[in-house]
Design a protein around this ligand. Structure first.
Ligand code: SF4
Length: 379
């Protein structure tokens, strides 16, 4: 089944560390953008029908940016367009990424009525000093209230994002946020390591105010201890950065890790289907204009070479706690993965970072700290 991704590039303010495809909220542009999104979804459905491609989908994911800046009726119209263009399963997962300061109980109820059944809050930290340092607009209390409002609005599937290894953050301070998240009993949690990009305003703040990130050993301790505490609380790790209660893994995001297929709509959105990969133009204005003129929005469309597709499948598959099924890889790509890569992978097995058990290859938790080094074997 396909996953449908809808990109919403608008934010109320730009966070000092952000490297996503986003811009400041502009009400007029947003209205044109929603119309353009609907047109793109319709066109994709027509194309799939005309070429006899599978139109079954089971997830819709509104990512951003800040998708919760859309109005609920706009979200309903986009979901309606997905339903018209594709065969979206009744037991669909429909996620909305939301920033805590953009929601109220009535807005959340309206999103629920519009068809959203999973909400993912960008919390990042439960410490006020850290939220200010990241230039976030919400407080820790607002994040708590937002989740309570979501519960009142009948959301029984909620995820929280937290960021670790923040400037000036100690291991104990990080664990405060982990414990605060656990206390709220979300169904799902994503933990991201802060990456400070070269041109991020945060980098300048760090230099000016002498904030630094903790040593690597502390970053490792943050990760390992957080995973221990989360699993003790019933949130089981299933991917390098993600934990969930049973049955609450992100079905949409799993498509990226299990070599699945998805269509992305909106500016900068990526798609992968039948061995072909493409992305849309990044600029919001350019995207809207192209749709208005009936011009293609996709750039960089290309069929992946078999080795590239295999490398990607291994690279992403290894992110999962269950790892890679080597038999399935052989069936799909006609390649004996261990015969091809075993010599380069053996040192990681010897170091206790990688397990090669029967037909499965998977990272140990310690190996997840070095995942990037292991994965580069495949690309
Ligand atoms: S809200 Fe998210 S997408 Fe928007 S600027 Fe902040 S980090 Fe970036």
């Amino acid at each position: 089944m396909l996953g449908l991704y809808v990109h919403v590039p608008f934010c109320s303010a730009i966070c000092n560390y952000c490297n996503f495809n986003r811009g400041l909220f502009d009400a007029a542009l947003k209205e044109r953008y929603v119309d353009a999104l609907i047109a793109e979804v319709r066109e994709a459905g027509l194309k799939a029908r005309a070429t006899n491609q599978e139109r079954g989908a089971d997830t819709i994911y509104f990512g951003g940016g800040t998708p919760s800046l859309l109005e609920p009726d706009e979200v309903a119209r986009i979901i309606g367009a997905c339903d018209d263009a594709f065969d979206v399963a009744d037991d669909r997962e429909v996620t909305l990424e939301a920033n805590p300061e953009t929601v109220t109980e009535s807005r959340l109820r309206a999103f629920r009525d519009a068809g959203i059944n999973r909400i993912s809050f960008g919390v990042q930290s439960f410490r006020e000093d850290e939220l200010r340092r990241l230039s976030r607009l919400h407080t820790a209390d607002r994040a708590r209230q937002a989740l309570a409002e979501a519960r009142s609005a009948a959301f029984d599937n909620a995820s929280l994002d937290l960021m670790m290894w923040l400037p000036g953050q100690s291991v104990a301070q990080w664990l405060e946020s982990v414990d605060a998240a656990i206390a709220l009993e979300p169904e799902h949690l994503s933990l991201y390591l802060l990456e400070v990009y070269p041109n991020a305003p945060l980098k300048e703040d760090m230099a000016r105010l002498r904030w630094s990130q903790a040593p690597d050993d502390d970053a490792a301790a943050m990760y390992l201890e957080a995973m221990e505490r989360l699993e003790t609380a019933g949130l089981m790790q299933y991917e390098i950065s993600n934990v969930a209660r049973p049955g609450r893994r992100s079905r949409h995001n799993l498509k990226y890790w299990i070599d699945g297929e998805w269509l992305g709509f909106g500016c900068g959105a990526h798609s992968t289907r039948a061995g072909v990969r493409w992305k849309n133009v990044a600029s919001t204005e350019d995207y809207v204009e192209r749709i208005g003129k009936g011009q293609p929005t996709a750039i960089d469309e290309r069929r992946m070479a078999p080795d590239e597709a295999l490398g990607d499948a291994l690279f992403t598959g290894l992110r999962l706690v269950d790892g890679i099924d080597l038999d399935a890889m052989r069936r799909r790509y006609n390649v004996d993965v261990w015969a091809r890569f075993g010599a380069d992978l053996e040192p990681f097995v010897d170091e206790g970072c990688l397990l090669h058990e029967g037909h499965r290859l998977r990272l140990t938790r310690r190996g997840m700290l070095l995942a990037h080094e292991v994965m580069t074997v495949f690309v």
